[in-house]
Design a protein around this ligand. Structure first.
Ligand code: PLP
Length: 423
């Protein structure tokens, strides 16, 4: 338990109880990194713990609560829809409405398949890319996260990138080429050498998971051209950026269209839904049965009701201007705090998702990110949590549609108090 346990007696008691039947007391290893706080409820941008503490939330459940906690329109839509059954082993009309909305909101894809997690959507994209190209290898990039399965989980060790977990099959990484991101020349060289064996290039179009780093000007365009000229499928993993950076995600923001893209998180306001979207000529291969994509819970009534209600909200009341204002002011406020406390606090990225750390290095990829003092921020993040700001230790802050002036004030006041006591 990282945070001062004496301050959270009920959470501590529940954690002990949870640990008896749940390894580590958590259901996702990502949560092993955080303080073991138990929450009673969430409302908009606020969380309330079982110990009666409130937290202004900039973690958003690792991103999904883009509309804040318990957005009433979505809660009601899901509740209404699920009164008459949630899964039929056949089709229902909400699937059509949700799919139509995904395609019309994003504008570029013709078709979509729903699934439950981002990890699955990525795997479906790989299989489809391999099927349509008849090739096996996939190019991916340092620091990009694409889920927890054997062929995508990676850590940087003394011998380069390799397995990140005991029990993970190293052989599943054999078909992956790992390159530095934001370096189109390196990609061009690899594609020139072995393009005929490369099925796909996959990337987070903004590297949100490690440092919230934007693509350099022209980089995505060049990647697009290289993929097209080598017959390689370009996959954007928009699990975090989709619907968050704008209605049409990173593809819209940077004006580059992938062949396939994965979505989740902001797609359904916290309900477990992911999607693989793409051009019809590729996606149709699922429909013919030639390429298998399955899942008992795919496209459930609950999932598609949540997608429909979330996307209608985003379409009819786009929150992006407010998020831009809030995130910009919050980043500026954090930088000002750094100046007034005489510490090199760095807040960089985009208003909807940004990265806080210490240092002033120029950061364009995973390796340059390591020049920042990430460990020092991890320590600060723990102190921020103790002062009622719910953030991840890896430095990524997410802003929701419900964060407003009250939360800005609360966050900066609590941040300042944290620095006063922590430094
Ligand atoms: C870019 C990206 N891809 C894939 C995933 C995996 O999604 P999930 O955790 O829903 O399996 C994540 C999760 O954070 C992600 O950020």
């Amino acid at each position: 338990m990282s945070t001062d346990a004496r301050r959270h007696p009920r959470s501590r008691e529940l954690h002990r109880r949870a640990s008896r039947h749940t390894p580590g007391g958590v259901h996702s290893n990502v949560r092993l990194a955080g303080p073991r706080i138990f929450f009673e409820s969430g409302n908009g941008p606020w969380l309330r713990s079982v110990d009666g503490d409130d937290y202004v939330d900039y973690l958003l459940g690792q991103g999904p609560n883009f509309l804040g906690h318990a957005p009433q329109a979505v809660v009601q839509a899901v509740h209404e829809a699920s009164r008459t059954g949630v899964i039929f082993g056949g089709q229902h009309e909400l699937e059509i409405e949700a799919a139509e909305l995904v395609c019309s909101t994003l504008r570029w894809p013709d078709m979509v398949r729903f699934c439950v997690s981002g990890t699955e959507a990525v795997q479906a994209a790989f299989r489809l890319a391999r099927a349509v190209t008849g090739r096996t290898r996939i190019v991916r990039f340092e620091g990009h996260y694409h889920g927890w399965l054997d062929n995508v989980l990676m850590a940087l060790g003394d011998d380069g990138w390799g397995v990140a977990s005991a029990g993970q099959l190293a052989g599943h990484l054999d078909d992956f080429v790992v390159l530095p991101w934001n370096d189109a020349d390196r990609l061009a060289t690899v594609l020139a050498e072995e393009g005929e064996r490369i099925a796909a290039v996959v990337m987070e179009p903004v590297m949100i998971n490690a440092g919230v780093i934007e693509p350099l000007p022209g980089y995505l365009q060049r990647v697009r051209e290289l993929c097209t000229s080598h017959g390689v499928v370009l996959i954007f993993d928009e699990v975090l950026s989709g619907f968050r950076l704008g209605l049409d995600g990173a593809a819209g923001r940077y004006g580059v269209t992938p062949d396939l893209a994965t979505y989740a998180k902001a797609l359904a306001a916290g309900w477990p839904v992911a999607a693989l979207a793409g051009r019809a000529e590729l996606m149709e291969r699922f429909g013919t049965g030639e390429v298998n994509h399955s899942g008992t819970f795919n496209g459930s009534v609950v999932a598609t009701a949540a997608v429909k209600a979330s996307l209608e909200l985003l379409r009819d009341n786009p929150p992006y201007a407010g998020i831009e204002e809030h995130g910009t002011a919050l980043m500026a406020g954090i930088r000002e705090l750094g100046q007034s406390y005489g510490v090199p606090l760095r807040a960089a990225g985009l208003p909807a998702a940004f990265h806080v750390s210490f240092g002033d290095a120029e950061v364009v990829d995973y390796r340059s990110l390591q020049q920042l003092d990430l460990a020092r921020y991890e320590d600060l993040a723990e102190a921020l949590v103790d002062h009622g700001v719910w953030v991840a230790s890896r430095g990524v802050w997410y802003v929701s549609a419900t964060h407003g002036p009250g939360e800005l004030d609360a966050a900066l006041t609590r941040f300042a108090k944290t620095l006063t006591e922590w430094l």
